[in-house]
Design a protein around this ligand. Structure first.
Ligand code: P6P
Length: 336
C-alpha cells in the first residue's frame, strides 16, 4: 500500500494556503470530521453495542427516534461545541436552535446527524449531512432568524456516508472532494478528487409507490423513462430507490443520475418530504459544485428563501440535462 496519500487535514491546509485563508475552514471542518468518525464507529458496531432499535421517543418531526439518532445528535453537538467555531447550531433532532454558550464563533452549523435512520436496523447505508452558514452581523445566534438564509449563502456543506466504507464528501465552494476513512489509521484519505456529475444519465431514483400523488410533470418524466427505447426517450432507463438520501446522492455524484422526492398531493401541505435547511440545501450545494442541477421543479433549490427552521421542500437533483428536462415539464404543466 502506498502511503503517498493526501489526508483530509493536509487537503484543508493545502486549500488554506492556496486560497490565502486564515485557517477558518480547517477549524470548522476538523470537529465535524471527528464527529463523523465517532458516528461511523457506533454505526459499524450496530447490534454488538446494543445501538439498534428505537430510542422510545419522538423527534420534532414526529418521527420515532432510533437509538443511533440520539447518539449521533449528541456526538455532533458535543464535538462541534468544544471547537468553539460555531455561534449556534440547528439539528433535525432538536426543535429549536442549540445555543453555544460563550461562543465567539462567527459561523452557524446545521445538520441531520443520521439521515435514513429507518435503514439502520436492516443494515442499509445511512449518513450525516451538514451545512455551514455565516452568522449575519447584528443577528442573535440563538434566534431562528439568523439561520433562515437561502442555500446560496452556505460557505461549506457535506455528508458522511456510513456504507461499505465510510466516506466524507464536502465542498467549500470550489468543487467537490471525497475522502475515505482508513479505519485502521483513523484518517480520512482523499480518494475521490474533483467529483463531477455527467450531464446525462440513464438512471433515476424515486419512491414509485407515491405515483398516485405525483404532479403530471413528474408522472410524465417517469412514464417516459419506463417506456425506454420504445418511448419518446429512445433509450432504456434504470430505477433505484434506497430510501437513504445520502446513499442516493452519493451514487448520483459517482455515476450520474437524477433523484426525485417531489412535493406531491399527499405531502404538499407540509411543503414536501425532505427538509430544506439541513438536507436539501447542503446536497444542492454539493450537486451544483459537481456540475449538476438542483431544483424544486420550479425553482433553483439554493434560492428558496427559508421561512422556518424545519421547513420541507420538493427535491429534484442530479444530472443537469435531466433536471432541466423535469423543470421544462413543470413549466409546460404550468403553461409557462
Ligand atoms: P421514503 C430518510 O427518512 C429520508 O429522509 C431520506 O433520506 C430518504 O431519501 C427518504 O426519507 C425516504 O423516504 O418515503 O422512501 O421512506
Amino acid at each position: 500500500m502506498s502511503y503517498k496519500r493526501v489526508t483530509l487535514s493536509h487537503f484543508l491546509l493545502q486549500e488554506q494556503r492556496r486560497r490565502g485563508g486564515t485557517g477558518t475552514f480547517t477549524t470548522l471542518l476538523t470537529d465535524i470530521r471527528t464527529a463523523c468518525k465517532m458516528i461511523s464507529h457506533e454505526v459499524n458496531r450496530g447490534a454488538l453495542a446494543g445501538n439498534l432499535g428505537a430510542a422510545g421517543a419522538e423527534n420534532v418531526q414526529g418521527e420515532q427516534q432510533k437509538k443511533l439518532d440520539v447518539l449521533a445528535n449528541e456526538i455532533f453537538l458535543h464535538m462541534n461545541e468544544l471547537g468553539g467555531s460555531y455561534a449556534g447550531m440547528a439539528s433535525e433532532e432538536l426543535e429549536g436552535v442549540h445555543q453555544v454558550h460563550g461562543a465567539a464563533g462567527r459561523y452557524l452549523l446545521l445538520f441531520d446527524p443520521l439521515d435514513g435512520s429507518s435503514n439502520i436496523d436492516v443494515n442499509i447505508s445511512v449518513g450525516s449531512i451538514f451545512s455551514i452558514l455565516r452568522l449575519p452581523d447584528g443577528l442573535d445566534p440563538s434566534s431562528e432568524q439568523a439561520f433562515l438564509q437561502p442555500g446560496v449563502q452556505q460557505v461549506a456543506a457535506g455528508y458522511a456516508l456510513y456504507g461499505s466504507s465510510t466516506m466524507l464528501v464536502l465542498t467549500t465552494g470550489e468543487g467537490v472532494n471525497g475522502f475515505t476513512l482508513d479505519q485502521n489509521v483513523g484518517v480520512f484519505v482523499l480518494t475521490h478528487p474533483d467529483m463531477r456529475i455527467p450531464a446525462d444519465t440513464d438512471e433515476y431514483a424515486v419512491n414509485a409507490s407515491r405515483e398516485r400523488y405525483w404532479e403530471p410533470a413528474v408522472r410524465r418524466y417517469v412514464e417516459e423513462c419506463k417506456a425506454g427505447k420504445d418511448g419518446p426517450r429512445g433509450r432504456n432507463f434504470n430505477m433505484r430507490w434506497v430510501a437513504s438520501m445520502v446513499a442516493e446522492v452519493h451514487r448520483v455524484l459517482c455515476r450520474g443520475g437524477v433523484f426525485l422526492y417531489p412535493a406531491d398531493s399527499e405531502n404538499l401541505a407540509k411543503g414536501g418530504k425532505l427538509r430544506l435547511m439541513y438536507e436539501a440545501n447542503p446536497m444542492a450545494f454539493i450537486i451544483e459544485q459537481a456540475g449538476g442541477r438542483a431544483s424544486t421543479g420550479r425553482q433553483r433549490l439554493l434560492e428558496v428563501q427559508p421561512t422556518s427552521l424545519h421547513q420541507r421542500v420538493g427535491v429534484i437533483l442530479g444530472s443537469a440535462n435531466e433536471v432541466a428536462r423535469l423543470e421544462a415539464y413543470h413549466g409546460e404543466q404550468d403553461g409557462r
